[in-house]
Design a protein around this ligand. Sequence first.
Ligand code: GLV
Ligand code: GLV
Length: 322
Amino acid sequence: MKKVYVTRPIMEAGINLLKEHFEVTVQPEERDLTDEEFLSTIKGYDGVLTMLTNKVDENTFKTAPSVKVFANYAVGFNNIDVDTASDYGVAITNTPNALTMATAELAWALLFAASRHIIPSDKLTRAGKFTGWDPLGFLGQPISGKKLGIIGVGRIGSAFARMAKGFNMEIHYNSPSRKKDFEKETGAIYEDLYEMLPKVDFLAIHCPYNLSTHHLIGEKELALMKPNAILINTARGAIIDEAELYKALKQKSIYGAGLDVYENEPEIYPGLTNLDNVVTSSHIGSGTYDSREAMSLLAAKSIVDILINNKIPENCLNKEVF
Ligand code: GLV
Ligand code: GLV
């Protein structure tokens, strides 16, 4: 029987599916293996179900040549060197679609929380400091009818945009190419990033992280944003220069931010979490029961397809290995 290793406990549906076909080992602890532990543990396995916190690179393929598939329990795959995997004949899969709505919804949760000071207001009530309705208390930014900028309109970005229609927002977007169907559906206006930045009241990041999106939003870009603008990031932390974002928030050159991801997770830029104009969730974008269950089934199914059915799954990122 082939052997599959799962690097963290995940929702049962996927584990049960794997157990129908493989000898399955689930790393039991509620922590990530260190890079060294990961490498020595996966030796001899045929497939590995990885978290976005596991680094998979040339060293991995060399150290564990028995592993023919890494199924990443995430849609983002910047933790995996996919090109080199192809050179070694190793298949890589991710979990698209399974978490689209959950992540788009979290982006809205952050947008609402940042706009309306939900966290500071909640802190005040918990501290027993609510002294009654305050005519000037916690005034925030309106959302309906405002201008929304979106960077990246793949599955998540376009789901986020569709939800924005309910608030009658004017949608601007930037992506590597124009998407006519998306424009028709949402009325979104395609713009160069630098055209869009000075216009929008909200900017939501939904692009993948790679060399071309590293620090896409830095000092220069933040300086172009409006003083009432709110920046939302549920994609990957390093798309924003976190040190520059800290400065902008501290100086209030932008109004606020809602962040689910950080440049050096689990570290967060010193002082960022002391600011009242930022909402900081803990990389929970895909964290709904439905989404995590769908992710676990999709990741497991990918491994079964590749190792048992000799089938190339839709969500294989390097189909050329077959
Ligand atoms: C989560 O961050 C994912 O990429 O799925
Ligand atoms: C991810 O699912 C995306 O394409 O936005």
